[in-house]
Design a protein around this ligand. Structure first.
Ligand SMILES: Nc1ncnc2c1ncn2[C@@H]1O[C@H](COP(=O)(O)OP(=O)(O)OP(=O)(O)O)[C@@H](O)[C@H]1O
Ligand SMILES: [Mg+2]
Length: 306
């Protein structure tokens, strides 16, 4: 699959402090890419450098395969970017977007209506200041949608939304991704906010991109497991295969067997071991939440840096 956004060892320093440290990110066509990192991790700096709003210190930015400065300018026209644009409080959504339409030099007068419809805000006539935060965010997305971008970059769009607002946001992003084939790059400091939406995740910490994982891998890494410590894990695995169809496991060293899923059958696993004269030293079920996985990753990233 083609990378629409890519950086190669991108580094950004503010005086002596390093905001981005050798970041190589890969956002492929069709993805909803969630960039996860806590406050000060470097998310906004990455977006600003990518979008040409802040100069890089070193490394390369590649957008739609372009790396030259004129090529990048051209590529950026195919990208919608939202980071806290300010709107006029007393104007309606369409009046606000009308202003931005002219500013962006988009001649099609239907464009404002088209984008407001996409975010389900076309029938709202009241002034911007009376909108809920969720409605305001949707107007911001509509703004980013003007001019038919192929990619939309959203910096912390979910920050402060209530659960209903998050659900609406998710639905709209997924619809635009599926029906309008728009690739999304969305940052958040809360993994749970993007967990149900992103198809791939990038974890950024202290200016370093620690890991990029697709949704399936994250699911595998965090799914429920039964950990069995026994004197003969190979025999244990053989017995499990005999008893349970399609059982998935890995053998760690000469004492440990990790069985995927099956957490609700841990007693049957135990029984099988014991009735076949295997020594059962320990049997525990593990359920790693994606949040724990993330925290663990950050902790490791922190020590690697030191
Ligand atoms: N204009 C600037 N001048 C100096 N340092 C800056 C500037 N902008 C950002 N930084 C520093 O760069 C680092 C990364 O900041 P950045 O705003 O990119 O993080 P972030 O992940 O977007 O955080 P947040 O979740 O708070 O928005 C921080 O240490 C920050 O203090
Ligand atoms: Mg930020």
């Amino acid at each position: 699959m083609e990378n629409l956004i890519e950086t190669v060892n991108l580094t950004k320093r503010y005086n002596r402090s390093v905001a981005l440290d050798d970041v190589s990110i890969h956002v492929r066509q069709g993805e909803i890419y969630g960039l996860i990192g806590k406050n000060g991790a470097g998310k906004s700096t990455l977006f600003k450098t990518m979008m040409g709003l802040a100069p890089k210190t070193s490394g390369e930015i590649k957008l739609f395969g372009e790396t030259s400065s004129s090529g990048l300018d051209h590529a950026r026209q195919r990208m919608g970017f939202m980071m806290g644009a300010s709107f006029f409080p007393y104007l309606s959504a369409s009046e606000n977007l009308e202003y931005f339409r002219r500013l962006k030099g988009i001649s099609d007068k239907n464009e404002v209506h088209r984008v407001l419809k996409l975010v389900e805000m076309d029938s709202v006539k009241k002034p911007f200041k009376s909108f809920s935060l969720g409605m305001k965010q949707r107007v911001s997305i509509a703004n980013a949608l003007m001019g038919y971008p192929d990619v939309i970059v959203l910096d912390e769009p979910i920050n402060g939304l209530d659960p209903q607002g998050i659900a609406d946001f998710r639905r709209i992003v997924q619809k635009l991704n599926k029906e309008n084939k728009i690739t999304f790059l969305i940052s958040s400091h809360i993994l749970g906010e993007l967990e149900l939406m992103a198809t791939r995740f990038g974890f950024i910490h202290d200016g370093k991109l620690i890991e990029e994982l697709n949704r399936e891998t994250v699911r595998k890494k965090t799914e429920e497991k039964v950990l069995v410590k026994t004197d003969d894990p190979k025999k244990a695995a053989y017995l499990l295969e005999q008893q349970f169809d399609g059982v998935e496991y890995i053998i760690n060293g000469d004492k440990e067997l990790v069985v995927s899923k099956m957490t609700d059958q841990s007693d049957e696993i135990a029984k099988l071991m014991v009735t076949n004269d295997l020594k059962l030293y320990k049997l525990i079920t593990q359920e790693i939440s994606i949040q724990d996985y993330y925290l663990n990753l950050i902790a490791k990233g922190g020590t690697q840096r030191a």
